[in-house]
Design a protein. Structure first.
Length: 334
């Protein structure tokens, strides 16, 4: 199945860069693709001209395949059409049912991926023609689709979708996690938090510093704390002063949260941010960084050094292969 996935996507290494909105620009997406894996551009909020520029910039940096991610909480017909006109080879859908957009993408020759958080959604995805299912466990950083952990979710989805390749997402940050996912039947892995410590990522240095210093206990799943622009959007972030003050106040709903409406940071590219704005602090952000939405998965404890994206891909792949070879030999011992 791993070879099937790589052949389908035109890649050499079954690692897919998670579409971390605000953190992934063409430079990182292209670097991951150039390393033999699959880079992904998160363009679901971009205007059409920005979509085209980002795709064209990425193509100028790599001749390898890459994906564009579209969040179905917003209408995506026009963005999809722009991507297809620009010959984007892989389209990744997230959140709501992509419906007829799957057929439209496939009719243009694109490979379609869709992220699910449970088996029922995985079956529906296959029924509407999705080529690859991404099984996202609850450990994942950023916005989280379901409530099931990666370990039980992945094999359940694998069993449910037959010959459709499954990509494991959530908590995977090194070769050990990659090997485990492959052992569960996944054809590849979806990696986000590890690339927050890449040289090419577009985040504020303080955000990256906090990623490098975090432990496995330093993330928190919030049902609807940082306003993502759509309702009922659970997410996982680093625990910070905003989270702690909200918890101390009894986790009040929007409109009653401590310090709500107070502008604490701003950036030329991303605008003003109050304490509850869903914003990835970029390099040009000024003001208070620590209280902002610092997206992170539970695999953050495994992220301890800054490396190039190529080094991350190579290291994860080499470690996973070494583990699988060793386990194969050990299992053969009588």
């Amino acid at each position: 199945m791993r070879h099937q996935l790589c052949k389908m996507l035109g890649i050499d290494i079954p690692i897919i860069l998670a579409p971390m909105g605000g953190a992934v620009a063409p430079r990182l997406a292209a670097a991951v693709s150039n390393a033999g894996a699959l880079g992904t551009l998160p363009l679901w909020r971009a205007d059409i001209e920005t979509v085209r520029r980002a795709v064209q910039k990425t193509r100028s940096l790599t001749a390898k395949p890459f994906a564009v991610n579209l969040n179905m909480e917003l209408p995506q017909q026009e963005r999809l059409e722009a991507c297809l006109e620009e010959k984007v080879p892989v389209i990744s859908f997230f959140w709501r049912d992509p419906g007829d957009l799957v057929k439209r993408a496939k009719a243009s020759g694109a490979i379609v991926m869709y992220t699910v958080g449970n088996v029922d959604d995985a079956r529906r995805a296959v029924d509407i023609g999705v080529d690859i299912v991404v099984a996202q466990g609850w450990e994942a950083g950023g916005h989280v689709r379901g409530m099931v952990a990666t370990l039980p979710l992945v094999p359940s989805v694998v069993d449910a979708v037959g010959d459709t390749p499954v990509i494991a997402a959530g908590g995977i940050a090194d070769g050990r996690g990659m090997a485990a996912a492959l052992a569960l039947g996944a054809a590849g892995v979806w990696v986000g938090t590890r690339f927050l410590a890449s040289e090419e990522v577009s985040i504020h240095p303080e955000y990256q510093r906090r990623i490098l210093a975090a432990s496995e206990n330093d993330t928190v799943w919030c049902e609807n704390l940082f306003d993502g622009g759509w309702p009922n959007a659970p997410h996982r972030v680093l625990r910070n002063s905003t989270v702690r003050n909200w918890e101390a106040a009894g986790r009040p709903p929007p409109g009653q949260r401590p310090g709500e409406g107070e502008i604490i940071a701003r950036s030329e590219s991303r605008g003003n941010a109050d304490r509850y704005t869903s914003i990835t602090p970029g390099p040009d952000t000024v003001g208070e960084i620590e209280p902002l939405s610092l997206w992170s998965g539970q695999g953050v404890a495994l992220v301890r050094k800054v490396q190039s994206a190529a080094e991350i891909v190579r290291e994860m792949n080499d470690e996973a292969n070494a583990i699988l070879r060793r386990l194969g030999q050990e299992c053969a011992v009588r």
